[in-house]
Design a protein. Structure first.
Length: 319
């Protein structure tokens, strides 16, 4: 990164405590400092690149509260991968570890071109990891915030592709539970794919409770009412709602319920107010389809993601 103050990591942009700064590094290289994680991964270090299992670490793609996603090289296949790891810090909550294990198990079930699934999963020296394809592209949230609303035929086409991927997941008893624009990647070839199954639920799971005290999981503006209510179980119709809300965002350039600022107000509108209208952002038929997808009761929505996708395909075909 460029233009960051000296107290930020030059690789990932994370704040660096002034006590951690190595002045010799900055003085000798003329570059900014590294955080503790990236310092261990610096390819130019005398120790050479770090490895996690068969994966040679080349850099950091992103950092979160519970782990790091690395740019890595699979020494067995010669592929470049994104290696999602879980922090081995002792203070990491048990439920966060359980979610990571659950995501690993879920991703191995899925094999669809519209889903960024796992190539491999494992653990090395106490570090759990998931290897996924290294894709170049941009998430749909970033695209809309940069370029504005998407023409409705294109949004409908993307929605149809995502509905197919969701149908694949649902048939394998997996509900994503966090479908939203930032979890949809548009790659360099123009294909849209679903990312991040960290909140996904296995419908036939019979052990770990990932929603302690029925806590709300997901992103508020794109969540269905039953998920906001902390329902112990949700089915594929929750993803249908979230995909409908995502298409609304794509064609209007606004998040659903954008007038609501406080979390309690957002929840109240989602649970009580009628679905928002797209106005002149698309034809009335699209508005009708999205209103059905975002119905308050799951029973009033499309029964499956495939049925929702068929309605979107009819719109694109002008039927």
């Amino acid at each position: 990164m460029t233009g960051l103050p000296a107290s930020y990591c030059r690789h990932c942009g994370a704040p660096v405590d002034t006590e951690q700064l190595e002045t010799v590094d900055v003085a000798q290289t003329g570059r900014g400092p590294l955080c503790l994680v990236c310092r261990d991964l610096e390819p130019e270090s005398a120790a050479g690149p770090r490895r996690i299992g068969a994966y040679e670490i080349r850099g950091v793609l992103g950092k979160g509260a519970v782990g790091v996603v690395y740019d890595a090289f699979d020494t067995r296949s010669g592929q470049r991968v994104a290696l999602k790891t879980l922090s081995d810090e002792a203070g990491l909550a048990a439920i966060q570890r359980q979610r990571f294990v659950r995501e690993s198990a879920i991703l191995t079930r899925l094999d669809h071109p519209g889903i960024v699934s796992a190539i491999d999963v494992g653990e090395d020296d106490g570090v759990a990891w998931i290897a996924m394809p290294r894709l170049e592209g941009e998430d749909l949230e970033a695209l809309v915030y940069r370029d504005g609303a998407v023409p409705w035929p294109r949004a409908v086409r993307w929605g149809f592709k995502i509905s197919q991927a969701l149908h694949h997941a649902h048939r394998r008893k997996v509900v994503h539970r966090d479908v939203k624009p930032s979890n949809l990647l548009l790659d360099r070839e123009g294909r849209v794919r679903i990312l991040d199954f960290g909140l996904a639920a296995a419908l036939d799971a019979s052990g770990i409770r990932l929603t302690a005290t029925h806590a709300t999981l997901g992103t508020p503006h794109f969540m269905p009412p039953e998920q906001i209510g902390g329902a112990r179980r949700v089915d594929g119709r929750a993803d249908v709602y979230s995909l409908g809300a995502t298409i609304f965002f794509l064609v209007t350039g606004e998040i659903p319920w954008s007038g609501a600022r406080r979390l309690t107000e957002i929840f109240r509108k989602i649970q009580e107010a009628p679905p928002p209208a797209i106005g002149d952002a698309g034809p009335p038929a699209l508005d009708e389809v999205l209103r059905r997808a975002m119905a308050k009761s799951p029973d009033d929505r499309f029964e499956t993601a495939r049925e929702f996708g068929n309605a979107l395909a009819d719109l694109e075909a002008g039927r």
